[in-house]
Design a protein around this ligand. Structure first.
Ligand code: SF4
Length: 386
């Protein structure tokens, strides 16, 4: 699918936008001030394939911990800043690779300019992170005084562009886009263009429309996410639908799946979304039949065992685990390695060719051997994993 053409930025050594592969990021869930725990979690995420990590910076102690954390990790570090521009300045001083600023709660243009001047000297990109839950007051984007959260009008935002009957209605999409455009304008006035943008809401249609709208107005790369998506199952489905719509339209340069679960799960779901759309080819792509009354082997166990044992692989390999002769041979033949089980035996295919027939007791071990052999061949043929 054709991707939106964006002006790339570098987050540390990772290119975001342009022709770069869509990257998967996550956020730590530790207290950033606890350096050892935060580094341990980042190492776990690195092992899971996380390509960029973001850390909350709630206070100066957390900001001052960033340098020590960065020295102990190998993926780029983004500091997540709200309310206090001094935290952004200290994060830059600590050597972070990117800043996330929230234009909903750092609304003083002069403070944004202070950050941007320093970021420009260091060539550190800024993500303008608009979030529906922390939008600036309606009618007061970029204004620091005059309106407070109790009368900010955000709860009156309409979903569409309809009129409320009481003066002019403002849609959530327009307000989110206008909020991003305000900060883009502040940065561009300083000739600062190392910009990434996110426009996250819990609502899929609001999120999708906001990204779509801004995609026609600016050339900067987008960080995609559905905010506060939910628990592992609900959040993965919401994220897959929301991000899937945008990615299928070619919109999106880096993603974060937000889950009320372990960050590692966010990374794994992120890759599954990209792999499902053919946008990344990293690790195992599983094709598994759901099983039914025809299956006479425990397909669920076999598929889950294979999935678990092959987790964390880098080389892209398509593995099919099928329960009987109906779709089994067809799907299994189409995969790099496939298994079609039945009648106490299993046929293993390699690249569409029947490789061997094994007893049910040996099928897991035999399948893994074949995956190993094919992975070695594929890795030799692929100089870089996309
Ligand atoms: Fe059922 Fe066979 Fe289809 Fe699996 S491949 S779902 S066992 S018919």
């Amino acid at each position: 699918m054709a991707r939106r053409v964006t002006k790339p930025v570098y987050v540390g050594g990772v290119k975001v936008g342009g022709d770069a592969p869509i990257t998967v990021q996550s956020m730590t869930k530790t207290d950033t001030r606890d350096i050892a725990a935060t580094v341990a979690q980042i190492h776990e995420l690195e092992a899971a394939g996380c390509e960029i990590i973001r850390l909350a910076v709630p206070d100066m102690e957390a900001a001052l911990a960033l340098g020590a954390i960065k020295k102990q990790i190998s993926i780029p570090l983004i500091s997540d800043i709200h309310f206090h521009h001094q935290l952004a300045l200290e994060a830059l001083n600590q050597g972070v690779d990117c800043l996330r600023l929230n234009p909903g709660n750092i609304r003083d243009a002069e403070k944004v300019r202070d950050i941007a001047r320093e970021a420009k000297v260091r060539q550190v990109p800024i993500r303008i992170g608009v979030n529906f839950g922390s939008l600036p007051p309606v009618g007061a984007i970029g204004k620091t005084r005059g309106q407070h959260r109790h009368a900010d009008g955000v709860n009156k935002l309409t979903k569409g562009a309809g009129a409320s009957g009481e003066g002019e209605a403002v849609s959530a999409v327009d307000h989110m886009v206008a909020t991003a455009l305000w900060e883009i304008g502040v940065l561009e006035d300083l000739d600062f263009d190392l910009i990434k943008i996110s426009l996250k809401a819990y609502d899929i249609d609001t999120t999708v429309e906001a990204y779509r709208k801004l995609s026609t107005l600016v050339p900067y790369p987008f960080h995609l996410g559905i905010t506060e998506a939910g628990t592992a199952r609900n959040g993965s489905i919401r994220s897959a639908i929301g991000l899937g719509i945008l990615l299928y339209e070619g919109i999106g340069d880096t993603i974060r799946v937000s889950l009320s679960d372990e960050s590692k799960e966010e990374v794994e779901v992120g890759y599954e979304i990209l792999k499902s759309l053919g946008l990344r080819k990293k690790g195992v792509q599983m094709v598994a039949c759901p099983s039914c009354g025809r299956a006479d082997v425990d397909i669920r166990k076999l598929a889950n065992d294979v999935d678990e044992l092959l987790k964390g692989r880098e080389t892209p390999v398509k593995v099919a685990v099928m329960g009987c002769e109906v779709n089994g041979p067809g799907e299994a033949k189409d995969a790099d390695v496939g298994i079609a089980a039945g009648n106490g035996r299993a046929v293993i295919f390699r690249k569409g060719v029947k490789a061997r027939v094994v007893d049910e007791a040996d099928m897991l071990a035999a399948l893994l051997e074949e995956v190993e052999a094919v992975s070695v061949e594929l890795a030799a043929a692929l100089p870089a994993v996309g």
